[in-house]
Ligand binder design. Structure first.
Ligand code: NAP
Length: 278
């Protein structure tokens, strides 16, 4: 199977490339393709993939807030170009979306049956990406995930680990509640779904509820690193351009209903990483 992966140079893109290495992977980095361009449609059609996995995006909520035109071009229109190409080829598209499509007003975990209502530009543009996927594709998987970490690449875990190891202070919010997700588990689950015809929207996260502060604390505890450099940011001193949902915990409800939810607790994953890699 020919699997085309966008954002192949990014954090999750690299995990997808590795996970699908037993297939004929077409890894497209930002240098290979700029999804903002209209000719993305023709470029993808020419490559004749059997499946497209699309994690490419402007992932930083603050960059999106500062430069909404860029966010709408990449996250929304870029996804539209890819969705049109997949619809012309009549192949499945896997779009990686986010917990930030939700407002955070709910005080129990969000399921796939809750109505999105994003509160920042990043969330709005990613939600529009979802809508384009639904508008143009018959065969799609929309995968919403949250606070993804892994043992390599640039992500929350590696940043926290490196900073604490080097004795640097880190400042993290302790009042935004969310889920977190091990990239290895996420790409494995996406691969499993990609071989089914169970198209639709899925939440894929590990068990456990975190704040960024709690997550760093757990990393310090499991990896035996000093905790005194982890500084709490409260609502008074959390000052970022993009508002964040206060509660964006996701529940893998559709996977649960299909008896396919084998995602572990994130603390177990951190322990495995510490055992295997450090
Ligand atoms: N990481 C998380 O915690 C998290 C949580 C929820 C959802 N997600 C979603 O997961 C996906 C992947 O996130 P990630 O963490 O892997 O982000 P990432 O490391 O920033 O990767 C995104 C990739 O997209 C590429 N890209 C940006 N603009 C592009 C354009 N115009 N054309 C082609 N490629 C472009 C980037 O290339 P350059 O860097 O060279 O510009 C980068 O390689 C995103 O869709 C994000 O919304 C991530």
């Amino acid at each position: 199977m020919k699997v085309l992966i966008t954002g192949a140079g990014g954090f999750l893109g690299q995990y997808f490339v590795k996970e699908f290495q037993d297939h004929d992977v077409i890894p497209l980095t930002h240098k290979d393709i700029n999804i903002e361009d209209k000719n993305t449609i023709e470029k993808i059609i020419e490559l004749k993939p059997d499946l497209v996995i699309h994690p490419a995006a402007i992932r930083s909520p603050d960059i999106c807030e500062r430069d909404p035109d860029l966010a709408w071009k990449v996250n929304a229109l870029g996804t539209k170009h890819i969705a049109i190409a997949c619809s012309i080829l009549d192949i499945p598209l896997i779009y990686i979306s986010t917990d930030y499509v939700f407002s955070g007003d709910k005080n129990s975990p969000y399921t796939e049956f809750d109505t999105p209502n994003p509160i920042n530009v990043y969330g709005r543009t990613k939600l529009q990406g979802e809508l384009f996927v639904k508008e143009f594709c018959e065969k799609y998987f929309i995968i919403r995930t949250s606070y993804v970490f892994g043992e390599y690449g640039n992500n929350a875990f590696t940043q926290i680990y490196r900073s604490l190891k080097e004795g640097k202070e880190i400042y993290l919010s302790n009042y935004h509640f969310a889920s977190c997700t091990y990239a290895g588990d996420l790409v494995r689950k996406v691969k499993e779904l990609s071989f089914t015809k169970l198209y639709g929207t899925y939440h894929i996260v590990n068990k456990g509820i975190i704040t960024r502060y709690d997550f760093a604390w757990k990393v310090a505890e499991i990896f035996n690193l000093p905790k005194d450099k982890i500084i709490k940011l409260t609502s008074e001193n959390f000052n970022q351009p993009a508002p964040r949902p206060l509660y964006s915990v996701l529940r893998n409800y559709v996977l649960e209903l299909y008896h396919m939810d084998d995602m572990e607790h994130y603390e177990e994953i951190l322990k495995k990483i510490s055992f295997l890699c450090f």
